[in-house]
Each structure stands twice: as structure tokens, then as C-alpha cells.
Write a protein that binds this ligand. Structure first.
Ligand code: SF4
Ligand code: SF4
Length: 471
């Protein structure tokens, strides 16, 4: 027998004694379930395809943790593209703000990978093998059907873990990790095994608690929604006072349309009663709408006792599209989004950065001249190899020494370039002098970079060289 539920409300997943209240929702078939299934399977196809499909020779979406690169639909971003990444991050955050202010938790119920896989892949398998919620509750832990379910779950978790990891390490590297012996790739094998266990624990055991206690987006709802945002709501003005279906025939006086059948509670995947009002646990999945619509159909009453609505609409206030957060958020989104698009479209094909030098900052040559170390990093942001030449711009008294006359850099790669600039010791003042380096490629890229050379203080040479601060 299950422990009693608490009298005062804490969490829908907790029993009175603090143990887990297992939520085994029934399935309500209806128009929203049909639409959600179409969306879910289209999204599953998209989730699987994105790391596999190649655009411009790169995965459509790859957040490469090894090389610290983000590839998104043909564009590549590296940590040096900090400003672009900031704009991209802001654009995504503002888009979430707009979507939530307008459509509430539509993402949670319809698009979130957790909901999509749990409700459209894992739970259907559970219902198929273990039966109705009541049959599931009666089944022993080691019943053969339950063990088969866990075996299928483990295989699915492995597949989903691979798809998930493909977004972070790339399909090619993942294939090597999976196909070669674990002894050769212990690290890679460990990551795949760990993510598989986490997926299995999430979809097989943790389930709705991910939405209720772990997901930060769910926690943000109260500040992102306003009274006009789309929510799943119960029309209490029409439904109350609720009357049990059995008592309908003998009911006298005012009675609402709700027959207190609890169908909406029985199907809720987070275990709440939507008739208690808007709650943080509601993921907007519309299962209670389908359940209640079926009840209303049977009773020949109008649908939409529970439906997509807004807090204002439930209170009889007319719909308003023009409201402060639907002006401010979209305006900010348009500004930041346009800035991002402009910055991507106009960014240079190459980036040049002067880096801190690792070794001695300078050495004194046998003829008394100073050779100062310079370290550049050139990033080729284009899709083809580029050939770079570096020379001194001005400074006829100095000579640039480079290990190569022409530097070939692969597409979307960064190359550190060690250089020396030779100049007379007397040209250094207070241990420093400046030179300008001209970097150009075989296309149309050209950049002048100013670097500060370190040398002897007051023209005094020190043949051991000295380390100085950042150039
Ligand atoms: S399904 Fe509809 S009628 Fe039944 S309890 Fe819920 S709101 Fe009332
Ligand atoms: S209250 Fe309704 S919409 Fe919200 S989570 Fe439960 S079933 Fe889904």
C-alpha cells in the first residue's frame, strides 16, 4: 500500500512520510495529444539529424568542447569571438523571454527534449509492457515484463546518450569512442557510459522531478509570465461549484460543469490538480485538456472547461496583445538579434591577436643588437586555407625574423606564430619600444597590429633576457 499523501501541499511527488509519490499518469487521447505526437516525432528527427547533417563541411550544430568551438549552421565561433558569442547568448535569452511571455510553457510541454522523449518514447513503452497505471503499481520490481522494459530503456538511453554527446564531441570522435576497444579510449568510453547511466536514471526513475525541482527554466516562469500569457487553465467560473457525476441527477441549486471526476488529475504527468489554479509544476502538456474535453463530450457540454487561456481571460478581462513585456522584449530582441546578424555578416575572415610570450622576452645578439620575442596568433575564420605574410610596417631600423616567409593556416584554425624583431639596444626607452606589424593574406585581408617590444632598460643589454608582463 502507498504511504498517505500530505494534507498540506508540498510537492506533488512527495508522500506524507517524505518518500516518493510515484506518478503513473493515464493517457488521455485527444486533439492535443495527436498534435503533440506529430511535433514530438518531427523534433526527435531534428535532434538526431542536427549533429549528422553537414553544412559547409561542418555539423549543423556542434558545441565542440575539445577544440572549444561552436559550429552553428555553417558559422564557426571560437572563444576569441567573445562579443559575437555574447550577442548570440543574449539573442537566445531574449527569444526565450518573448516566447514565454507570449506562449507560456509551450516549450516545456511541446518542445523540450526531456518531455518529448519521456512522454512519447519511454512512457508508451512502459504502458505497452506494464499496462495501465493500476497494473504498473501492482507489478513486482523483478517481474519479467519490468525487466524487459529496463533492458529496452537501457538500449534507448545508450542511443540518446550518443545523440546528446554528438552535439559536444562530434559524430566522428564519438564513432571512434564507441567502436574501438574501451581500453584504447578509456576516457571516451567512460563519458559515454556515464551519460548513458544519467539518461537511464532520468527517463526511468527521476522523470517529472527534472521539471519540478531541477530545471531552472521552470523556476523562472513566475517572473517571465504576465496575466495575459498563454497558460493551461481551469475555468472555475464555469466549473464551480463542482458536483460529482452520480449526484448530478439529484443536485439542486447552482452547479458548475465540473463533475469532479478527477480525469484531469489522473492524466497529469506532474501529478497536480489544475483546478487549484496556475502552478509552477504545470508544464503545459495539455493532457488535462484532452481528458476534460472527453468528459464534456460525454456529458454533451461545451469543451474548454480546461483549456489554453490566460489568467486575465479566466477572470473575464479581454485579451490584450500590446502590453509592456510584449513591447520591451521583442524590441530588445530585434536590436540584439540585428546586431548579431550584422556582426556575423561583417566579421573579418581572419583574427590576429598578440599573445604573451612564454620564453625570455629578449636576447642580446653577438653584435650588441637586441632580438625581442613577439608571439602572434592568427585565426583563419574562412572555409578555405589561407596564406599569411607578416612584415614590419615602418620601423626601417628594425628587422623581422620569422621561421617561415608564408604561413599556411587551415580553415577555421588558429596558429600561434613565434617571431623576433631585431633592433639596436639604443632604440629601447625604459625597456620598451613599439613596432607595427602588417599581416596580410592571399585574399583581401590586411591588418596592422601594434606590439610593444621588451628590451634592455636604458639601453643596457642583458644577454640572459628578462621576462616582462603582457605585451
Ligand atoms: S476532468 Fe474536467 S470535469 Fe473532470 S474533474 Fe477535471 S475539470 Fe472536472
Ligand atoms: S496541469 Fe495539465 S497541462 Fe499542466 S502538466 Fe498537468 S496535465 Fe499537463
Amino acid at each position: 500500500m502507498s504511504p498517505p499523501l500530505p494534507h498540506h501541499r508540498i510537492l506533488s511527488t512527495l508522500n506524507e512520510d517524505g518518500t516518493r509519490n510515484w506518478i503513473r499518469p493515464k493517457l488521455a487521447r485527444g486533439r492535443f495529444l495527436r498534435r503533440r505526437r506529430i511535433v514530438a516525432w518531427a523534433l526527435i528527427a531534428l535532434f538526431v539529424a542536427l549533429p549528422l547533417v553537414r553544412i559547409g563541411g561542418r555539423p549543423a550544430l556542434l558545441i565542440d568542447l575539445v577544440t572549444r568551438e561552436l559550429s552553428a549552421f555553417g558559422a564557426v565561433f571560437r572563444p576569441s569571438n567573445g562579443f559575437l558569442l555574447l550577442l548570440l547568448g543574449l539573442t537566445i535569452v531574449l527569444a526565450v523571454f518573448v516566447l514565454t511571455a507570449l506562449l507560456g510553457r509551450v516549450w516545456c510541454g511541446w518542445g523540450c527534449p526531456h518531455t518529448v522523449y519521456l512522454e512519447h518514447v519511454f512512457r508508451p513503452i512502459e504502458r505497452w509492457l506494464e499496462g495501465t497505471p493500476a497494473q504498473q503499481a501492482r507489478l513486482s520490481r523483478f517481474a519479467p515484463r519490468r525487466l524487459i522494459k529496463w533492458a529496452i530503456y537501457a538500449a534507448l538511453a545508450f542511443a540518446i546518450a550518443n545523440v546528446f554527446l554528438a552535439y559536444f564531441v562530434g559524430v566522428d570522435r564519438l564513432r571512434v569512442w564507441v567502436l574501438e576497444s574501451p581500453a584504447v579510449h578509456t576516457g571516451g568510453f567512460g563519458v559515454v557510459a556515464l551519460v548513458t547511466v544519467l539518461m537511464l536514471a532520468n527517463f526511468g526513475w527521476f522523470r517529472e522531478q527534472t521539471c519540478i525541482v531541477a530545471c531552472p527554466y521552470g523556476r523562472l516562469q513566475s517572473v517571465l509570465l504576465d496575466r495575459q500569457s498563454l497558460i493551461v487553465g481551469y475555468d472555475a467560473r464555469r466549473g464551480e461549484p463542482r458536483t460529482k457525476a452520480k449526484k448530478l441527477a439529484v443536485a439542486t441549486g447552482a452547479r458548475g460543469d465540473c463533475v469532479d471526476c478527477s480525469a484531469c488529475v489522473a492524466v497529469c504527468p506532474t501529478g497536480i490538480d489544475i483546478r487549484d489554479g496556475l502552478q509552477m509544476e504545470c508544464v503545459g502538456c495539455a493532457q488535462c485538456i484532452d481528458a476534460c474535453d472527453a468528459v464534456m463530450d460525454k456529458l454533451h457540454r461545451p469543451r474548454h472547461l480546461i483549456g489554453y487561456t490566460s489568467q486575465d481571460q479566466l477572470a473575464g478581462v479581454p485579451r490584450k496583445l500590446l502590453r509592456p513585456r510584449l513591447v520591451v522584449y521583442p524590441a530588445l530582441l530585434a536590436i540584439v538579434g540585428s546586431l548579431f546578424v550584422w556582426a556575423v555578416a561583417s566579421r573579418a575572415t581572419s583574427e590576429v591577436t598578440a599573445l604573451r610570450n612564454d620564453g625570455p622576452s629578449f636576447v642580446t645578439l653577438p653584435d650588441g643588437r637586441i632580438a625581442s620575442a613577439v608571439q602572434l596568433k592568427i585565426e583563419n575564420e574562412s572555409d578555405e586555407p589561407r596564406h599569411y605574410v607578416i612584415s614590419l610596417a615602418g620601423s626601417p631600423d628594425a628587422v623581422l625574423k620569422s621561421p617561415l616567409a608564408v604561413w599556411e593556416i587551415r580553415p577555421h584554425h588558429a596558429q600561434p606564430i613565434p617571431l623576433y624583431v631585431e633592433a639596436a639596444a639604443s632604440t629601447f626607452h625604459h625597456g620598451e619600444r613599439r613596432v607595427h606589424l602588417r599581416i596580410f593574406d592571399d585574399q583581401q585581408f590586411e591588418r596592422i597590429v601594434t606590439v610593444t617590444l621588451l628590451g634592455p632598460d636604458g639601453g643596457e643589454a642583458d644577454d640572459r633576457g628578462r621576462e616582462r608582463g603582457e605585451r
